[in-house]
Design a protein around this ligand. Structure first.
Ligand SMILES: Nc1ncnc2c1ncn2[C@@H]1O[C@H](COP(=O)(O)OP(=O)(O)OP(=O)(O)O)[C@@H](O)[C@H]1O
Ligand SMILES: [Mg+2]
Length: 246
């Protein structure tokens, strides 16, 4: 079982959209995939289940060790793809993690699933917190969407620094450009200078595309919604790069 995370301390950079599209592509490639929506906003649950969004469960039962993680898991409409929906109680996760000095709770919770799950994908809220630390510890690889702007690049550098300070192996962090709009001068400039600005980044660039917004409205992964679109092609290439790193 491999665990990957989509994470950035910056909000609205395309974490949830990427997590859902990659989860779908992984499941189609035969990986028994579990998407865990760790964000109380519940965007990933929404993208995956749309208006039929299922209600998640309080985390307290899991924290107390009374309820096994399996009972938090829901089936999606797609073969090989299950998910743990978000719950508003997830907003207290940080406090709970602080109270518990166990080294790696997320990893411990996931351990019983290792037989039947080949890939766990964590969709994280935008923050630099105890939860981030846990996620950075639990994930084998962390994928960081970066909008080609100075602010977004800066938050990537902050994250890398945070990982260094906490000795969380920064080499496991893989940034990639997302929501890239070549009509914008700055985006073009930073993309063309990728080797300098984002030297350790993945090669795939996720374009800014209205079909990704529609995915949010309809609750369907881009690969299903518009398989011939440029965005679908980009997510397939992103999945190819991620798969090679697993
Ligand atoms: N490639 C894209 N092209 C156009 N719109 C996008 C793209 N990726 C995401 N979006 C839109 O941008 C918004 C934010 O995307 P998303 O929820 O994936 O970001 P996030 O980083 O998970 O945000 P948060 O930090 O709030 O969790 C959503 O409305 C989504 O539909
Ligand atoms: Mg999100």
């Amino acid at each position: 079982m491999k665990t990957i995370a989509f994470y950035s301390l910056k909000g609205g950079v395309g974490k949830s959209a990427s997590a859902v599209n990659i989860a779908y592509l992984a499941s189609q490639a035969g990986y028994s995939t579990l998407l865990w929506d760790l964000d109380p906003q519940g965007a990933a649950s929404w993208y995956l289940a749309g208006a039929n969004s299922v209600k998640g469960r309080k985390l307290s039962a899991l924290m107390k060790g009374k309820t096994p993680i399996a009972s938090f898991i829901h089936e999606s409409d797609y073969k090989n793809l299950d998910f743990i929906p978000s719950h508003t109680s997830f907003r207290n996760l940080d406090v709970k993690l602080d109270q518990n000095d166990s080294a790696n709770l997320i990893k411990e919770w996931l351990a019983p699933l290792s037989e039947e799950t080949s890939l766990v994908i964590l969709d994280c809220p935008p923050s630099l917190s105890r939860l981030s630390e846990q996620v950075l510890k639990a994930a084998d690889k962390v994928f960081v969407p970066v909008i080609p702007t100075w602010l977004s690049l800066n938050s990537w550098l902050q994250l890398r620094e945070f990982a260094r300070e906490k000795k969380l192996k920064p080499s496991r962090l893989h940034p990639f450009y997302a929501m890239a709009d070549r009509r914008k001068n700055l985006h073009r400039e930073l993309i063309d200078a990728q080797d300098d600005r984002l030297p350790t980044g993945l090669k795939t660039i996720i374009p800014y595309a209205s079909v990704v917004e529609r995915m949010g409205e309809e609750g369907i992964p881009v690969e299903r919604l518009a398989p011939n679109s440029v965005a679908a092609d980009a997510y397939r290439r992103l999945w190819g790069e991620i798969r090679a790193l697993l």
